[in-house]
Ligand binder design. Structure first.
Ligand SMILES: [Zn+2]
Ligand SMILES: [Zn+2]
Ligand SMILES: [Zn+2]
Length: 957
């Protein structure tokens, strides 16, 4: 086993060089993907794969395509990547090796010339609250280095320049400022206490020192009695007397001696500057201190700029940048109100009448308007209300006083109403200590740099003037940071701020951040397996993203992409298509070769390439009544007004970061809910929505379904109950007295208790993603043996969990109460899902379609508004057709459907479109087009329109 993989191993550890050489020799001949070195997969049988034999050429980009459920992930992730990870783990450490017998080899005949593999999956794996865009991309580490090396420090007390003085610096100062003058060069000693002074003086005399400086005069050491010196706290010892002459070697030697003496500073008494008072003294400190007031500062080393390091973190919030306190959004929930109307809720409660009076007096005193909406009040006035003005303590003062009465239950309840996270005052939300925030590069401290967008940081970096003496080293560091930021921009996420918390990124954004990071690391000879990198990306950004993936390949990596996007397919070096259907009717190799050949085949992808835009043709919607949102101003939205015809299929488009989700999710949905009496905890701005015509509002977003491992397609469909009853009626079940509950994997009784009915157990890998392995007690079958013996038409309950939705419909064909519940799943394109598939493993798109299925099955009466967020993610074009069909069932029943989407085929099939943009972040947030879909392709200012026109005219771009 070990020998055979050594042979095919081309990792960073063994065998490097030979194969990379071969790859680069061939780099000019990318078209010929059928020969040369490749990962060779022979007879792969993972999941539904039916003995697939194919190749993934080294140093090339291979796209694995096929309809949903055809086995793409089984081949790319569960076979190629799983084997790469298994072999790589084996070379890592003994710690990893103890799990190896548990990490199963994928069922594959042979897998040759494997490379160490890295996978970038969909979904956002980050849950660490401290992980940010800057830390994930390692830009944080490089910025910390830059600030440590190039930062200018100003004193935290007096603002003076803080620096370290070298011997050369001190000598240059003396030669330039007091040339030819007489000076005394002194070192400084600090006795530990009164009784120390006597012994110290004796020791100095014994070592040959003769004079001290005391009160501006030179004192002979042997004239000082121990009694005179009792109170002395510092001894300034004369080390040398000389005239400042350029190039005098004694000057440097004496400075050196002073730095090595006692306290480590040099005091130079400028003897000729005596005048009438004491002679002037110049202090030179080789340590990091303020040149004006002498306050010492810590060395600016990288750890000083890390909020997670003890040295760098803010002591108040421990580096989190926020503290538990009063949440401003809860204190002023509706910023459209004025102070008179009770904008500040805690001041508006009946028991706060004394505070209200104080507020009114403060407003008169300070000229704070009480009849202007909070939203429109100057920041300074708002701060006066919150922080007070000295005479009155403001809202915060009120809360401080209430804190003292916490023992009263009603006070605790009152405080809890407004409790939340708020920005840490001490560090202004940066999480950094004071010493880090006095270090600046190009006018900004590192905390300020981290609040900028990726694109703004690049500008800041470009405008830096680096200190001349370290310019070359620093320029290299800046280039490194600049190139990493550049990759982020190319990946289409230049609108993110560096301090954006990773866990708040969408799955697609996280994927692209990780992709950009991989390229920044410049690993070579690695096999990258990517899961739909274009998911959730506007066609405008897709082109840039493919360029980025190509760069990853050109660094000498092998790239395997699971993807449906026709534009990505068109730019692959090598294409593998699996199919023809999903589940048991898929898993066959339909095509392998260059992308050009795919178009001529009758495979699903070949058909898709020939017939793009076939879905086009919406309905006439312009004359219908509409659901309208006005004055949407949240985040980057610029007072947007948009409307959606009742009972129609509408789509909101625009490049990533243009404000689509903000409009649909944050404003439209929350405002509709607010109108139904559900108060939002966050401030939504002044938007107005007229949604009175609807009975219910349904949001189906990326997190639409439970991520619990205890929920699966079968439990979700509602067919589990009739199936359990069916099994309880079988002869075997009645014999052993099994009730329907015995066939449930969610309650103890019939299920395997080792895995608690899940069929798998999770092994924590600490340094990698957790690994799930089949349960060794039930062998993945979830139930105890006597339960599995109960069979209906020859199949056990475990066999049912293994069926796809389509198979189960055929199997239970004569049981309408079961089929009726399964049918909606295939109508939304999920016929390929296995009934036992945990919903925690579904993509965001699959989750939404599953949720959609529950409404397609019959949503009762009434008129609903449905809001979807990129439901096509993970769908093959053929299934996009099905999805549109399922959404049409909703509109045909009179419901209004609004979808955020990028998929052009989907957009073309809708009735109405609202296109936001034109760009991302601050360049977006306006309505570029609103109307029937046909008009979008003609709209010159719309980036979506340009791509839609391209697709309708010519298929693959
Ligand atoms: Zn100072
Ligand atoms: Zn803080
Ligand atoms: Zn088990």
């Amino acid at each position: 086993m070990r020998e055979s993989f050594r042979e095919g191993w081309c990792g960073p550890i063994a065998g490097r060089g030979r194969r990379c050489g071969e790859v680069s020799k061939r780099s000019g001949m990318r078209q010929e993907s059928s020969d040369g070195v490749a990962i060779e997969v022979e007879d792969a049988r993972t999941n539904n794969l039916r003995g697939v034999t194919c190749r993934f050429p080294h140093g090339r980009m291979t796209v694995v395509s096929g309809v949903s459920g055809s086995g793409k992930s089984s081949l790319a992730f569960d076979t190629v990547y799983a084997e790469g990870q298994r072999r790589y783990t084996e070379t890592l450490s003994t710690y990893a090796r103890q799990f190896l017998q548990e990490m199963q080899r994928p069922p594959v005949g042979a897998l040759r010339r494997m490379l160490p593999a890295l996978a970038l999956r969909q979904g956002n794996p980050v849950s660490n609250a401290r992980s940010t865009v800057a830390t994930v991309t390692e830009v944080a580490d490089h910025l910390q280095m830059l600030f440590a090396r190039a930062g200018e420090v100003s004193c935290r007390l007096c603002g003076g320049a803080v620096s370290r003085t070298t011997v050369a610096d001190a000598r240059r100062w003396l030669e330039e400022n007091v040339p030819g003058e007489r000076v005394l060069l002194c070192g400084v000693l600090r006795p530990d206490g009164e009784e120390e002074v006597g012994p110290l003086l004796r020791q100095l005399a014994a070592e040959g020192y003769r004079r001290l400086v005391r009160g501006g005069e030179v004192v002979e050491l042997d004239t000082v009695g121990a009694a005179d010196a009792l109170g002395w706290s510092r001894l300034v010892v004369v080390l040398d007397r000389l005239k400042v002459v350029a190039g005098e070697p004694r000057l440097a030697a004496a400075l050196e001696a002073a730095f090595a003496f006692g306290e480590g500073v040099a005091e130079v008494v400028l003897w000729d500057r005596t005048g009438e008072g004491e002679p002037a003294v110049r202090r030179f400190d080789p340590r990091f201190t303020c040149t004006a007031c002498g306050e010492p500062h810590p060395e600016p080393i990288p750890a000083l700029f890390k909020p997670t390091a003890a040295l760098g973190s803010c002591p108040v919030c421990d580096g989190y940048g926020r503290t538990v306190g009063i949440d401003p959004a809860l204190v002023v929930p509706d910023p459209r109100r004025t102070l008179k109307e009770g904008a500040v809720v805690p001041l508006a409660v009946p028991s706060a009448s004394r505070e209200r009076t104080a507020l009114r007096k403060m407003c008169e005193r300070r000229g704070v308007p009480m009849d202007v909406p909070w939203l429109a009040m100057p920041v300074a006035s708002r701060q006066l209300v919150m922080r007070g003005d000295g005479e009155w303590g403001g809202v915060r003062g009120m809360f401080r006083r209430l804190e003292e009465d916490r023992y009263k239950p009603q006070v605790r309840i009152f405080l809890a109403r407004f409790r939340g996270y708020s920005e840490c005052d001490a560090c202004e939300g940066t999480g950094l200590g004071e010493h880090a925030r006095v270090v600046r590069v190009g006018e900004l401290h590192i905390g300020e740099v981290l609040t900028l967008r990726v694109s703004e940081v690049r500008e800041w970096l470009g405008g830096l003037r680096l200190p001349a003496d370290r310019e070359r080293a620093l320029a290299a560091l800046c280039r490194e940071i600049g190139s990493r930021l550049g990759f982020l921009e190319e990946a289409g996420v230049g609108y993110l701020t560096l301090n954006r918390a990773s866990r708040t990124l969408s799955g697609g954004e996280m994927h692209r951040v990780l992709l950009a990071t991989s390229i920044g690391r410049t690993l070579t000879d690695t096999c990258y397996v990517l899961d739909e990198p274009t998911a959730g990306l506007h066609p405008h950004d897709t082109a840039r993203l493919i360029t980025l993936v190509e760069r990853l390949r050109d660094l000498g990596n092998t790239v395997v992409i699971v993807e449906h996007d026709p534009d990505v397919l068109g730019r692959a070096d090598h294409v593998i298509e699996l199919g023809p259907e999903g589940g048991d009717r898929g898993g066959e190799l339909l095509y392998e070769g260059p992308p050009g050949g795919l178009r001529g085949t009758d495979t699903p992808s070949g058909e898709m390439l020939r017939s793009r835009g076939a879905l086009a043709g919406g309905r006439v919607a312009a004359s219908l009544p509409r659901l309208t949102v006005r004055h949407a101003c949240l985040h980057n939205l610029k007072d947007v007004e948009a409307s959606f015809p009742h009972g129609m299929l509408s789509v909101v488009t625009g490049v990533s970061g243009s404000g689509k989700s903000t409009l649909v999710h944050d404003v439209l949905f929350r405002k509709l809910m607010e109108a139904r009496g559900q108060q939002s905890s966050e401030a939504l701005g002044p938007a107005v929505v007229d949604g009175d015509a609807f009975d219910e509002v349904v949001l189906v977003d990326q997190g639409a379904i439970s991520r619990s491992t205890r929920s699966c397609a079968l439990t979700f469909s509602g067919a589990y109950t009739p199936i359990r009853e069916l099994f309880a009626e079988t002869a075997e079940a009645r014999q052993s007295g099994l009730k329907p509950g015995a066939f449930s994997f969610n309650t103890a009784g019939g299920r395997c208790e080792r895995c608690e009915g899940l069929g798998v157990v999770t092994v924590e890998m600490h340094f990698m993603a957790d690994v799930e392995i089949p349960c060794d007690v039930c062998d993945g079958r979830r139930f105890k043996d006597h339960v599995l013996r109960a069979r209906w038409n020859g199949r056990s309950i475990a066999d049912v969990f293994g069926m796809t939705v389509d198979e189960a419909q055929r199997f239970f064909g004569d049981r309408p109460n079961i089929v009726r519940r399964l049918e909606p799943l295939s109508r939304v394109g999920l016929g390929y899902l296995r009934l036992g598939q945990s919903t925690s493993q579904l993509s965001g798109g699959e989750g939404q379609r599953l949720k959609l299925a529950s409404y397609v099955g019959g949503s009762g009466g009434g008129r609903h508004v449905f809001l979807f967020d990129e439901p096509t993610v993970g769908l093959h074009m053929r299934d996009v057709v099905r999805l549109v069909g399922a959404l049409r069932l909703l509109t045909d029943a009179g419901h209004t459907v609004i979808v955020v989407e990028h998929n052009l085929d989907f957009v073309a099939a809708c009735d109405w479109v609202v296109d936001l943009g034109p760009g991302a972040g601050p360049d977006g947030g306006s309505v570029v087009y609103e109307g029937e879909v046909g008009g979008l392709a003609e709209c010159p200012g719309s980036r979506t329109g340009v791509h839609l026109r391209g697709m309708l005219q010519g298929g693959v771009a």
